[in-house]
Design a binder for this molecule. Structure first.
Ligand SMILES: [Zn+2]
Ligand SMILES: [Zn+2]
Length: 653
């Protein structure tokens, strides 16, 4: 057989060889570093025996897929160590993830001291250097094997595997796990790892199931890579919106209100209000008409839109479907059908199109509580939603207009450098998930590619991520921990106009179907706020700040002058407060700095006499005395132009 390697060179063998043997044949060094392989583009275990011609790429921890194998092996070592120290712990699952790996156990929760002890045991296991061996068992034997070991979660996992699944196990020393692999050849290959945290997690992410104890960890090929990563994580923690946003009193959550239902505190609400006013005005400037439609509708609406069939689990349903004569409602998961009925209120001609409808929409999605996270995974959120009803000949221009608006939002917020564009396409092997047939999809997907190429944005294609009614352009960003989320989406829809019988009368007098573009401009406000918290580590551009200026009187004697300054600032639309506490001025300054305020105005005898303010800013430090009107002019301009001023470096303070 002939093996074609990554660099194009070829190896010839006269009989079957395992991938590991081929790696050894290439070089001992490669065999030592190898963690997995790709055979004809498919990730395989090093133990896989190759019998036919193929393209082979040996993976090391320098490759994301190779690194995943290293981390997954480390999760097995973690499980072995936990079983040694806590023989009663039950094993659930232990995959590799973007930032490392985790393992879930049925056990008491783990403290940091516990993690340290487990790490120590893991080092021992790695030093013992047991080889990992793979074996397969038929279904009934596999179940009996895990029953005998007293691992009920593994038994459940095996029972859920499809009838024809190959059921494989990996052993190292006394430890065996149900696992599809791939894995390193020996635990000795783990050179640098760390257990990072522990938390609770529901079995299968479902709150109806038992709460398990999860241990997170990470592993790298080399010690210095690990240390670099841990340093980054420390930095990330300081920016984590779920912590910083609470510390800064932007939002809070309350158990009795519910998970995924954050309270926006006055400061967070102020920021969202600022963005909302800006976006609504901007959309109006761009020819949008605003709608305000109900937060719920009868079930009948969702039956027409197909949500009742495709998305019922994701909706909050009000009323008992089983009860005779009961009217069943559901909270809306999106605004589309409501705006279609706005369109349908009067007959439309080709001259009426495009119709651009925008709405600041509050939406509800009934997601698993196990998935809830800060402001980014929530059950109720508000989104800058919009639908454009367009003639086929207007699709490109209108789509371009949506992209242009999204880019304008990102640029203004200073986020444009942090995003990537994804074109989400249908899964060709699963077309029954979508409306319409493959030919129609080919046409629309090609249309979409052409438009994007004309606009000139760089994008990657992702199959299987399209909406059921059409392809999407998703604008993606990563959070501080590297986890990716969709921030803005623009979708082309060629089916729902038919479903809702939307038409327009064309030039030739014929009734025709419009296209619909579903889009967001700034996206979901809560998620955007989270993104801004992490991007700016709480030091927001002045125009977004809930408190732009704080007046700090040196003593009570100057409260009257301070109040005059405050009134003038507020009269000019500046968000200002005054610190009237009987604290020392140094203390007040320190607190204002910790609150990450853009400006402090210190007022005392000199300032009052000369009608000036002593300005301290986040950008230049002590700016000295300024005439009050001059200061107001400058900050108003900064707010109006949404300027993002350069922050002072640490040394400059
Ligand atoms: Zn495994
Ligand atoms: Zn929509």
């Amino acid at each position: 057989m002939i093996i074609t390697l990554k660099d194009g060179s070829k190896k010839e063998y006269d009989g079957a060889r395992s991938i590991f043997e081929i790696a050894q044949d290439i070089s001992e060094g490669l065999a030592r570093a190898a963690t997995a392989a790709e055979v004809n583009g498919e990730v395989k275990d090093l133990r896989t025996v190759i019998e036919d011609d193929c393209e082979l790429s040996i993976l090391t921890a320098n490759d994301p897929k190779g690194l995943a194998a290293l981390r997954h092996t480390t999760s097995h070592v973690l499980a072995e160590a936990v079983k040694r120290l806590y023989p009663n712990a039950k094993l659930a699952i232990g995959p590799s993830i973007d930032t490392g790996f985790y393992y879930d156990f049925e056990s008491d929760s783990f403290s940091r001291e516990d993690l340290d002890a487990i790490e120590k045991e893991m080092k021992k296991i790695i030093k013992e250097g047991a080889k990992l061996e793979r074996f397969e068992l038929p279904r009934e034997k596999a179940i009996a094997f895990m029953e005998e070991k007293g691992e009920p979660y593994k038994v459940e996992l095996i029972r859920d595997l499809p009838e024809d699944a190959i059921i494989s196990f990996y052993s190292q020393g006394e430890f065996t796990d149900l696992c599809a692999g791939p894995h390193l050849m020996s635990t000795k290959g783990i050179k640098a790892f760390k257990l990072t945290s522990s938390s609770g997690a529901y079995w299968r992410g479902n709150e109806k199931n038992k709460m398990l104890a999860r241990i997170y960890g990470t592993a790298f090929a080399k010690k210095d890579e690990l240390n670099e990563h841990l340093k980054q994580m420390e930095e990330a923690k300081k920016r984590d919106h779920n912590k910083l946003g609470r510390d800064m009193e932007l939002f809070a959550t309350v158990d009795v209100i519910g998970q995924g239902l954050p309270l926006l505190m006055p400061k967070g609400a102020s920021m969202i209000q600022t963005m909302q006013r800006w976006i609504e005005d901007e959309e109006e400037r761009r020819g949008y008409m605003r709608t305000k439609t109900p937060l719920m509708a009868k079930k009948d609406l969702y039956v027409i839109s197909d949500h009742w069939d495709h998305y019922k689990e994701g909706m909050f349903v009000l009323g008992d479907e089983e009860k005779e004569g009961e009217e069943v409602f559901a909270l809306r998961p999106m605004t589309c059908p409501f705006q279609y009925y706005v369109y349908k209120q009067s007959p439309k001609s080709y001259r009426d199109l495009p119709c651009r409808y925008g709405e600041t929409s509050t939406l509800f999605r009934n997601e698993d509580s196990g998935e809830m996270h800060g402001l980014t995974r929530v059950r109720q959120f508000t989104i800058s939603e919009g639908h454009l009803v367009v003639r086929p000949d207007q699709v490109e221009d209108e789509f371009r207009g949506c992209v242009d608006l999204a880019k304008y939002c990102l640029e203004t917020l200073g986020l444009e450098g942090d995003v990537t564009y994804e074109l989400s396409l249908a899964d060709p092997d699963n077309m029954d998930k979508y409306l319409g047939n493959r030919e129609l999809w080919d046409e629309v997907e090609n249309n979409m590619r052409q438009i994007l190429n004309h606009i000139g944005i760089k994008y990657t294609e992702v199959t299987g991520e399209a909406a059921f009614y059409g392809p999407k352009l998703d604008i993606q960003a990563k959070n501080v921990y590297g986890k990716q989320d969709t921030m803005i989406t623009i979708q082309l829809d060629m089916f729902l106009a038919e479903r809702f019988d939307m038409t327009f009368v064309d030039k030739d007098g014929e009734k025709k179907r419009p296209y619909i573009i579903h889009r967001t401009s700034i996206g979901c406000y809560e998620r955007t706020l989270a993104w801004l918290i992490e991007k700016y580590a709480g030091k927001f551009p002045t125009w977004l700040c809930p408190e732009q200026v704080r007046i700090l009187p040196i003593s009570e004697k100057f409260h009257d002058y301070g109040a005059k300054v405050l009134e003038k600032l507020r009269a000019n639309g500046i968000k200002a407060t005054m610190d009237e506490r009987a604290e020392k001025i140094g203390y007040k300054i320190r607190e204002a700095r910790l609150a990450k305020l853009p400006y402090m105005l210190v007022v005392g005898a000199q300032e009052e006499e000369q009608n000036v303010v002593a300005v301290r800013s986040r950008f230049l430090g002590d700016e000295g005395q300024k005439n009050l009107d001059e200061f107001i002019d400058a900050i108003c301009k900064e707010i109006r132009t949404k300027e993002i001023r350069q922050e002072m470096t640490e040394e400059g303070k």
